[in-house]
Design a protein around this ligand. Sequence first.
Ligand SMILES: *Cc1c(COP(=O)(O)O)cnc(C)c1O
Length: 453
Amino acid sequence: MKFLSTRGQTPVLGFSDAVATGLAPDGGLYLPETLPDFSGDLARFESLNYPELCFEFLRVFATDIPPETLRQLVSASYTRFDHPDIAALKPLAKNLYVLELFHGPTLAFKDFALQLLGNLYAHQCRVRGQTINVLGATSGDTGAAAIHGLLGRPGTAIFILYPDGRVSPLQERQMTCTGAQNVFALAVDGTFDDAQTALKEVFGDQEFRTRHRLSAVNSINLARVLAQCVYYLSAWLRLPPGERDHVEFVVPTGNFGNVLAGWMLQKMGVPIRGFRVATNQNDILHHLFTTGEYRVGEVHPSLAPSMDIQVASNFERFIWFAVGGDAARVRAVMRTFQATGRYTFENFDRDSFSSTRTSDAEIARIITRVHRDYGYIVDPHTACGFQELNPERVNVVLATASPAKFPDTIRAAIGLEPTHPSLEALKSRAIVKHRIKATPAAMRAFIDAHAEQ
Ligand SMILES: *Cc1c(COP(=O)(O)O)cnc(C)c1O
């Protein structure tokens, strides 16, 4: 299968090259040339366990990787999850389930994609006989998940910049207490934006970028979207057959990567009734789905920090589908959006989407209420999903992070502090971080000294 850029000014690529490239050279995002139809495979998929299901799904896309190799890469990607179902579907009440996506090594759903991406990168290093240096800036979950996707993998090194003193103590420990030789947690003297700005300059230096074979960690990689389709499929297959046609997946949303994967799966012939985009107070997507207008906002830090976004970076893929795959129109939309900070859609798949917004005060109240009504503890991101459940549907709320990652918010809401053994273990391990200035020169010097050659 080949993959095209949403902006249409770049040659199509095979799966491995599209994954290695990340952002297309024309500034677009990669998508399959045509979407496969799985409707005839669903009965056959029912008996598969999670890694087998993931393999059967991905092999349709990753046609340039020999099937046995792909099977091993996929299988290795789901060995570090601490629940036998990998993505655990739990009933809470009639017509209400949670899909727990936090059983991976960093206790958030990003592990589903980044464990696989780490294995795909390491595979490319072996095939090409080359090393790879991965570089990214994070304000939280993505950095930790990316580090745990690559830690200890031969031929790779990962450099993650984060604002010193401005990520949660547990998130910092997840990045700095790995003990791995190929992981460099860089505590930047400045804000997340300072780190991001310096990073962009380092990536803009073509000679430096090529010399170190730098690759970016970001939420737009093709492999991330495809890996995320699989847990929707797995959840759908585990529901009683009489409920499957009425499913509404409720997705705590920031960059629109997670919910986009579910929606693309629906387009591949899985009869999912709908999706609810659950935002926090940073509600540009709620605004879009209620008014049709997509506009940038200012970011207001919330209790659900991984959903604090200004622009939903995966949204361009959805735009491509909304304009019927017309790349010239995607470019026009993105131009208007970049120039004015807004764009109004005439038509998109409104029938599949609804949305909600949840303020910080409501997040706290929902955590209390869900605990009281169902004896279940949700993290602040997942809490946004419990706003306005649809009584006419079978609601499946995606639990995107473990409550144990947010002990302070949970304690304030219910007087209990959830814990997790992996987080407890981190507390006794040494923090290894490198303090650096938020300048391109400081970053280049550090990478020169520590990159995989
Ligand atoms: C990243 C993240 C989200 C947002 O996911 P998107 O794919 O950016 O929409 C929600 N919850 C948690 C816990 C996250 O880490």
